[in-house]
Design a protein around this ligand. Structure first.
Ligand SMILES: [Zn+2]
Ligand SMILES: [Zn+2]
Length: 326
């Protein structure tokens, strides 16, 4: 399906140019937008899988709210332990499958350069050890923010709805969660690219010019602390633990998956969508594609790289203009 291999940069790319969602097209395209939205929820895509995971986690791996309201620390340990299991399964499993056992060789892999090449840049002189170590900090913060919102629901501090009491609002919130995750991600990420915040904080994540599943959450602890902060929206908007868990999974699961470095996971003859070429371009070129396929600001602010040669030219021209202004 993909375009022919690009010898200079990429081993594999999805069909180019990269296309953004039609949500923000002018004049508006309501039908195309609706079709795109429905497709983004396709049953083998990660958005839908993460939603199913959130339901399963809430029902089978989260202490009930009355137990949380009673206090103690056991429930915190349960939340943290299950998040660790999820992280190890997703990031660890993908790493083993794709990079250690190499079950699909380089099929669908964006960048085939060895991940050990720039090892001395990383903590412990190893990209993998560095990535796992800092991902564990992200796991702690993931669990911290989750416990905070669960406690808020248990204590009647955060406004809680259920599918039975508010079916329409609940449904709208399900649709809103991925959109909100993209909004928070763009603006937080864009801020991290400014001056000292980039030098001292975000540059740690950008050591990963070639990414693997463990790179997704490998970042300075200040970054991972605020990455999961978007869950605090549920202190204001009507929500439910399933929705909060779903939002948190966008980072806890979404980041390892989107940084996998492979467009898809091949299991037998099935291809499960995996990586995020849009974000892969960001890791390669740094000053483009700060958001996601679903967010409009890269296009509006001239930082969108569509993966083509013309995209390279555009980004280079922008760099030149910016450096001339300084
Ligand atoms: Zn990244
Ligand atoms: Zn960045």
């Amino acid at each position: 399906m993909g375009s022919p291999p690009r010898k200079t940069f990429w081993h594999y790319t999805p069909p180019l140019p990269v296309k953004l969602s039609p949500y923000y097209n002018w004049p508006p395209k309501p039908v195309a937008s609706l079709i795109y939205l429905l497709k983004s929820w396709n049953p083998v895509g990660w958005r839908f899988l993460m939603f199913l995971m959130a339901i399963a986690i809430w029902h089978f791996a989260t202490p009930p709210l009355n137990e949380i309201a009673n206090g103690g620390f056991n429930w915190i340990l349960i939340v943290a332990a299950r998040n660790l299991v999820i992280l190890l399964t997703i990031a660890g499993g993908l790493h083993l499958w794709l990079l250690v056992w190499r079950r699909q060789q380089d099929d669908g892999r964006y960048d085939t350069r060895s991940m050990n090449k720039r090892a001395s840049l990383f903590h412990f002189s190893s990209q993998l050890k560095d990535n796992i170590f800092w991902s564990l900090f992200a796991w702690v913060f993931w669990s911290f923010w989750e416990c905070l919102i669960l406690w808020a629901y248990a204590s009647d501090i955060a406004p809680m709805i259920t599918p039975a009491t508010h079916p329409v609002v609940f449904f709208l919130m399900i649709v809103l969660v991925p959109i909100w995750a993209g909004v928070h991600f763009y603006w937080f990420h864009r801020l991290l690219h400014v001056g000292p915040l980039f030098t001292h904080v975000h540059s740690w994540h950008h050591k990963n010019t070639n990414t693997g599943p463990w790179s997704g959450l490998a970042m300075h602890p200040v970054e991972s602390f605020f990455l999961f902060f978007d869950t605090m929206i549920f202190f204001i908007l009507p929500g439910h633990p399933v929705l909060a868990i779903f939002l948190l999974l966008h980072h806890g699961v979404g980041a390892p998956v989107s940084h996998a470095g492979f467009e898809y996971l091949t299991i037998k003859d099935r291809k499960v969508p995996l990586g995020d070429f849009f974000h892969q371009l960001h890791h390669r070129f740094f000053d483009c594609n700060y958001g996601t396929w679903d967010t409009p600001w890269d296009q509006w602010f001239g930082t969108f790289h569509d993966g083509t040669e013309e995209g390279n030219t555009l980004i280079n021209r922008r760099r030149k203009t910016l450096s001339q202004r300084q």
